[in-house]
Design a protein around this ligand. Structure first.
Ligand code: NDP
Ligand code: MG
Ligand code: MG
Length: 330
């Protein structure tokens, strides 16, 4: 069984007298920095000079500095920058200040696992990853609760890496819900697989394939949008709250029968085999190499596909229909 840590397993005092640099003030950065500060810890937010978020972080009561200055002051450096730029920022603005005994940390293992960042041997390296988007991390903390998280140690120089990681997890509320022990390899590979095969890649293609099939057969795009995209939220909410069983309990018996009979004809053995290949390409570094190379040449394929996808008919119909839904945020 996987080990789970709670409040009683974590000692916040390990971070007393230490300075924590939270680099980035985006989804995770703003949530983690504010919660650490509210836990009584000494936090500096590291940003670039021209960041639009600088004033925001200061307005939230945080000390802000440019990345190298934040790293020079800090004992613990949490990198919450976009994954694809971490390697470059690390080499130029973090590594020079990563002196003996400091801790380098992450909320995603990509750069360590795939060797884009190779820290010196004389520092601790670990990750604390909330299993939720930043705004929910912050909201749960503010309500005196927390979201579940992951903890993993890559390098334990001080002999206290895991204890410091757990103290940090406590500082953002995660030990209230439970913190699961994992490794950089497991966190990185399962995260990439989940977003590619199921959450982002799988779901997007499934929606488009359903939509295209109905539209090709002459049905109204509006109807296709409602059936194949809009209603997904209802289904996902039910699954999220009570698993597949809750969803199947809630839908009609006709829908449930269709689910059992037809689902396996959509996700076929061939699809499952392809998922195994996708996992292999994550494990052997093929995906990471492609993504890093794509970034090195400034993302021509990424940008072209992004544009094409934004112009798909489902996006045009959807924009029209969502205007009729006053409860949606602009
Ligand atoms: P965001 O894109 O939301 O925020 C990135 C931050 O980095 C911004 O504050 C941006 O500020 C800053 N930034 C970008 N480039 C630079 C630079 N060159 N120098 C200094 N600052 C820079 O990132 P996320 O919070 O989504 O992701 C951060 C990490 O957390 C990633 O490792 C991600 O995998 C992980 N994670 C994210 C989750 C999520 O819910 N989003 C969940 C779990 C983990 P500005 O542009 O204003 O300069
Ligand atoms: Mg991810
Ligand atoms: Mg229906």
């Amino acid at each position: 069984m996987v080990k789970v840590y709670y409040d009683a397993d974590a000692n916040l005092e390990l971070l007393n007298g230490k300075k924590i640099a939270v680099l980035g003030y985006g989804s995770q950065g703003h949530a983690q920095a504010q919660s650490l500060k509210d836990s009584g810890l000494d936090v500096v937010v590291g940003l670039r000079k021209d960041s639009a978020r600088w004033a925001k972080a200061e307005a939230d009561g945080l000390q802000v500095a440019i990345v190298p200055e934040a790293c020079a002051q800090a004992d613990v450096i949490q990198i919450l920058l976009p994954d694809e730029i971490q390697g470059r920022v690390y080499a130029e603005e973090i590594e020079p200040y990563l002196t003996e005994g400091k801790a380098l940390m992450f909320s995603h293992g990509f750069n360590i696992h795939f060797g884009q960042i190779v820290p010196p041997k004389n520092v601790d390296v670990f990750l604390v990853a909330p299993k939720s988007p930043g705004h929910l991390v912050r909201r749960m903390y503010a309500e005196g609760k927390g979201v579940p998280g992951l903890v993993a140690v890559h390098q334990d120089y001080t002999g206290r890496a895991k204890d410091i990681a757990l103290a940090y997890a406590k500082g953002i509320g995660c030990t209230k819900a439970g913190v699961f022990e994992t490794s950089f390899k497991e966190e990185t590979e399962t995260d990439l697989f989940g977003e590619q095969a199921v959450l982002c890649g799988g779901v997007s293609e499934l929606i488009k394939a359903g939509f295209d099939t109905l539209v090709e057969a002459g049905y109204a795009p509006e109807m296709a949008y409602f059936e194949c995209l809009h209603e997904l939220k209802l289904i996902v909410d039910l699954i999220y709250e009570g698993g597949l069983s809750r969803m199947r309990y809630s839908v009609s018996n006709t829908a449930e029968y269709g689910d059992y009979m037809i689902g396996p004809r959509i996700i076929t053995e061939e699809t499952r085999q392809e998922m195994r290949y996708v996992l292999q390409e994550i494990q052997d570094g093929t995906f990471a190499r492609n993504w890093m190379l794509e970034n090195q040449v400034k993302g021509p394929q990424f940008n072209a596909i992004r544009k094409m996808e934004q112009e798909h008919q489902i996006e045009e119909v959807g924009a029209e229909l969502r205007r009729m839904m006053p409860w949606l945020k602009k």
